[in-house]
Design a protein around this ligand. Structure first.
Ligand code: SF4
Ligand code: SF4
Length: 453
């Protein structure tokens, strides 16, 4: 298997080794070694928490740039619903779309419409799949990756329908290729993304086969250009296809409202998501049918690649949902024009979601058990302060690093102090000693008589 691409990376020169990020990483993927943060690629979910938390701006996300547009004969921007939330309560969606076209895209296709499609696919899937519950939305790639890495037992509970991003890319390319009579491969579809996890998803999916989205450009990279154009631009883009509930997918709770499932649970913020997934893993919450889980606080409006405060973004998006025109004939359009009922298999999530055993202690089960026991012993000998000064996020993580040969117990500063104290006492004892040649006579020396005795 090739090296996993990660959009989140460290800018080493900026890292001061402060250890702030190691405590906030939900998968304990970061260690500080030799004064710099290091990310364990297998464990990282690209959630973006470390980008948010680092005051030194030492973490960043790799995204695509607009220069990639020239690789294609025709280009389509796929703006995430969260993009609209960045420009106030009164923004006209058509102006935002027109601004994107003015920046160089030949076309735009709202991902909010892809969300309408994903809603349809989700409800159809839940109707058909029977009693297995609770089912978890797979729309947030950071949550999907978290489940792969930390909660593999829950993989079977993920709803295997394409994300709004993938649905939009697929349809946008299909329609344009038919209209322009050009191969789909000549059309470049670029997601305007609120988060690094989606950049990773796009890159990885493209690596493993053809994916209907060719790249991901961050909201923060297009924000300034859109702001500049909004006052003057003519809202030329003809038709807004997405429904208000499709637009509402950009904030947490939007998916639940769209799907209209009453026994559902909405959770946002990666650490809250972990709490809920732990409960699901323990077999709790069985009376829930549907779980909407998003890694970012507030949902996609809180993504690490957005610009404005997530709570203000949420307020803006809600105002936009309220004033968006309803689409009374949407279901007919999806079933009759797009024939989605017959095409469910085409919108199954790809690549397959498989477990990533990043927390496995050893491939050999008996060695793994031995290591688990050793970890418990080491933990019991550590001070339990979880201070992070050792460069591991907490004492248990340090114990694991010690057992795996990645750290030593004196990386703990209190352990180091104990060792120094012992050494200091030994030195003191040694300092009191003199070689026999310099010492006063003692009984042991009586075998040797002094001269003249
Ligand atoms: S928060 Fe992490 S990446 Fe940022 S300076 Fe501190 S150790 Fe380095
Ligand atoms: S992106 Fe998320 S999972 Fe990856 S290192 Fe940063 S905080 Fe940890």
């Amino acid at each position: 298997m090739g090296q996993l691409f990660h959009s989140v990376l460290l800018i080493e020169e900026k890292c001061r080794g402060c250890t702030r990020c190691i405590k906030n990483c939900p998968t304990e993927a970061i260690r500080v070694r030799a004064g710099k943060a290091r990310i364990n690629a297998e464990r990282c979910t690209d959630c973006g928490e470390c980008i948010r938390i680092c005051d030194n701006h030492a973490k960043t996300a790799i995204t695509d740039s607009l220069s990639r547009l020239k690789e294609f004969e025709h280009t389509i921007a796929l703006p995430a619903p969260a993009l609209y939330s960045q420009f106030g309560r009164e923004v006209d969606r058509r102006r935002v779309l027109a601004a994107l076209m003015d920046m160089g895209f030949d076309d735009v296709f709202e991902v909010a419409y892809g969300a309408d499609i994903a809603t349809f696919l989700t409800t159809e899937y839940l109707k058909k799949q029977g009693a297995k519950a609770p089912m978890i939305s797979a729309a947030c790639p950071a949550v999907v990756r978290l489940i792969q890495v930390r909660f593999p037992a829950l993989i079977d509970y993920l709803i295997p329908v394409d994300s709004p991003m993938a649905c939009s890319g697929k349809l946008a390319k299909e329609m344009k290729a038919a209209e322009l009579r050009i191969p789909k491969e000549n059309i470049g579809a670029f997601f305007i993304t609120p988060c690094p996890a989606k950049v990773t998803w796009v890159r990885e999916a493209n690596k493993l086969g053809s994916f209907p989205v060719d790249g991901a450009i961050s909201i923060s990279d297009v924000y300034g250009e859109i702001v500049k154009r909004l006052p003057e631009i003519s809202p030329s883009h003809p038709e807004l296809k997405a429904s208000p509930v499709g637009v509402g997918w950009g904030r947490s709770g939007g998916e639940r409202i769209a799907a209209g499932i009453s026994k559902s649970l909405v959770v946002d913020g990666i650490h809250n998501v972990i709490d809920v997934l732990e409960q699901l893993e323990m077999g709790k919450l069985q009376d829930i049918e549907f779980v909407e889980a998003q890694a970012c606080t507030g949902g996609c409006v809180g993504g690490a690649l957005t610009v404005i405060n997530p709570f203000i973004g949420r307020m803006n998006l809600e105002a936009l949902v309220d004033k968006s025109e309803t689409r009374p004939k949407l279901r007919d359009e999806l079933t009759e024009d797009l024939n989605l009922e017959e095409r469910l298999g085409e919108f199954t999530i790809k690549p397959d979601i498989v477990a990533v055993p990043a927390f496995r202690l050893d491939q050999d089960v008996s060695r793994a058990i031995t290591k688990a026991e050793m970890i418990e012993k080491v933990v019991s000998e550590l001070p339990g302060l979880d201070c992070g000064s050792c460069g591991s996020p907490n004492c248990r993580a340090l114990a694991e690093d010690i057992v795996q040969g990645l750290a030593v117990d004196t990386d703990c500063i209190l352990k180091l102090r104990e060792e120094i104290e012992i050494l200091a006492e030994q030195l003191l004892e040694m300092a009191k000693k003199s070689p026999p040649a310099l010492k006063e006579d003692s009984k042991e020396d009586s075998a040797f008589s002094k001269p003249g005795e």
